[in-house]
Design a protein around this ligand. Structure first.
Ligand code: HEC
Length: 207
């Protein structure tokens, strides 16, 4: 029995007790308590009938290289990363927006070469893009483009290539990243995996 169902049963019994009191007991003070019980029970039932939303952290996207067959597959993964782990959508929009703290990325895959895109993500301070959409001299954006390959975002090379594939695809460009460029598993182990191998877990397994 789920938590919600249990609570609903409790709510129903409280309403039931209230109704019984109103039906069978004449003492007015007790009747007031019965009435209150009915009202509270009904409130509980209404509140519980509202769909419950658990706000869990986003699921980590697993990059399973075996499932990636075409550049379009990469773009699909890249799109997920763009809106989740990569946190790009926290700052960037695809299409104009009112609250532009950062450049609009619409058509960016057509505007920038893939090398420039890679550099924008991994060496964001190499070339600072200015905001021209206001009166007067162009100035730096109020936010900073983070290093996408370092913590806290820390995308792997494969993930960055996929994001580039997505940026090109959503700009209507042919995807110039190919599947063969992806690091095969084991070839370039990701940092967290390495840490796990040399950590206390590995020691425990050895004994
Ligand atoms: C904290 C906010 C923030 C996040 C998160 C962020 N960016 Fe940026 N990005 C910026 C800002 C500010 C600039 C402009 C200044 C600069 O180029 O350094 C920028 C610039 C860029 C540019 C260059 C734009 C141009 O026209 O030259 C690209 C491409 C880009 N971001 C892509 C991404 C992608 C892809 C992600 C997610 C993996 C991402 N950004 C995450 C803030 C952010």
């Amino acid at each position: 029995m789920s938590e919600v169902v249990k609570l609903q049963l409790i709510g129903l019994s409280v309403v039931g007790i209230g109704i019984l009191i109103l039906l069978f007991i004449r003492a007015s003070f007790v009747r007031v308590i019965g009435f209150v019980a009915i009202v509270l029970g009904l409130f509980t039932l209404v509140a519980l009938s509202v769909p419950q939303m658990a706000s869990l952290p986003p699921v980590e996207e697993k990059f399973d290289i075996a499932t990636v067959k075409t550049p379009t597959d990469m773009a699909t993964i890249g799109q997920k990363i763009f809106f989740s782990k990569g946190q790009c959508a926290l700052c960037h929009t695809i299409g104009p927006s009112e609250s532009a703290r950062c450049p609009d990325l619409k058509g960016i895959g057509a505007k920038l070469s893939r090398e420039f895109l890679f550099e924008s993500l991994t060496q964001p301070q190499a070339y600072i893009y200015l905001d021209y959409r206001h009166e007067g001299v162009a100035k730096e954006y109020p936010a900073r483009m983070p290093y996408i390959n370092k913590n806290p975002i820390g995308l792997s090379r494969n993930e960055i290539l996929s994001v580039i594939a997505f940026l090109q695809q959503m700009s209507g460009e042919p995807i110039s990243v190919t599947v063969t460029e992806l690091d095969a598993p084991g070839q370039a182990p990701a940092a967290p995996a390495k840490a796990a191998q040399s950590g206390p877990v590995a020691v425990a397994q050895a004994h």
